[in-house]
Design a binder for this molecule. Sequence first.
Ligand SMILES: Nc1nc2c(ncn2[C@@H]2O[C@H](COP(=O)(O)OP(=O)(O)OP(=O)(O)O)[C@@H](O)[C@H]2O)c(=O)[nH]1
Length: 294
Amino acid sequence: MKKIRSGYIAIVGRPNVGKSTLLNRLIGEKISIVSRKAQTTRHRITGILTKDDAQFVFVDTPGFQTKFSNALNRAMNRGVTTTLNDVDVVLFVIEAGRFDAKDRAVMKLLPPDRPAILVVNKTDQLKDRSALLPFLASVAAEHDFTAVVPVSAAKGKQTDELLGEARKHLPNEGLMFPEDELTDKSERFLASEYIREKLFRLLGDELPYATTVEIEKFEVEGDLRRIFAAIVVDREGHKAIVIGKGGELLKRIASEARQDMERLFDGKVYLEVWVKVKSGWTDDERLLKSLGYE
Ligand SMILES: Nc1nc2c(ncn2[C@@H]2O[C@H](COP(=O)(O)OP(=O)(O)OP(=O)(O)O)[C@@H](O)[C@H]2O)c(=O)[nH]1
């Protein structure tokens, strides 16, 4: 049997290339939030996959932010650079057949002295398969990648090959975390991510970027978790939108989030969610820190 190796891996790429989907596929659990909308991953999320011969500790970084320039985006971009200098191998994800200025901007952040694997995702969407090889070659010519692996995160294609390539760069012998550890993020953090995911799914295009979630109380009583959460919005008008007509939308957000939490925590959840207005929260660095964004 091969020796167990372990190490840290970052997944980077422009928004919407499928980083969260890839992480979920590799870990096999719904830890990182996935949304059709771009730029939903604000926090650094660590997922851990332990196999017979390797332990992969994933650090999922936020998408490189170009859309809005405010304190929140600045904080997120700083996070990308810090993370990349702190891992053993970087998975740089792009979409098959597409490589644009935003991809290139993220590629420029790859530290020159750290192994990076070019992951070409969404191969299931390719119409013309013969175009794939020249495409891979043209992107690979722009950076010194240690490997190029085409995958489909959605269909789970070639993901074992990707792990095999990543394993080669894990520096440590033995496990870094207990075998059954899925993530080192607290349940409290995961609870807020689930609520945020519902906001992204159920609200319009721009509003979710101006909201965040605070878990005000998290109590555990045997198998029951009591969770009290506030959705923080920028202004009164937004509050009305999140609540919805007759409270319908808020009810739906809470009920869907609760079902996800019960599945993940494997126990009953009592969830209370309300909406709070804090104007200008996205532009206040101090407030960002207090909410956990570094
Ligand atoms: N067809 C296809 N779609 C995919 C694949 N992987 C991801 N997607 C879709 O691409 C969209 C974006 O996926 P995410 O995983 O949220 O992308 P992300 O890179 O994490 O996005 P941010 O969090 O915004 O940075 C979703 O609608 C996914 O379902 C794939 O292999 N094939």
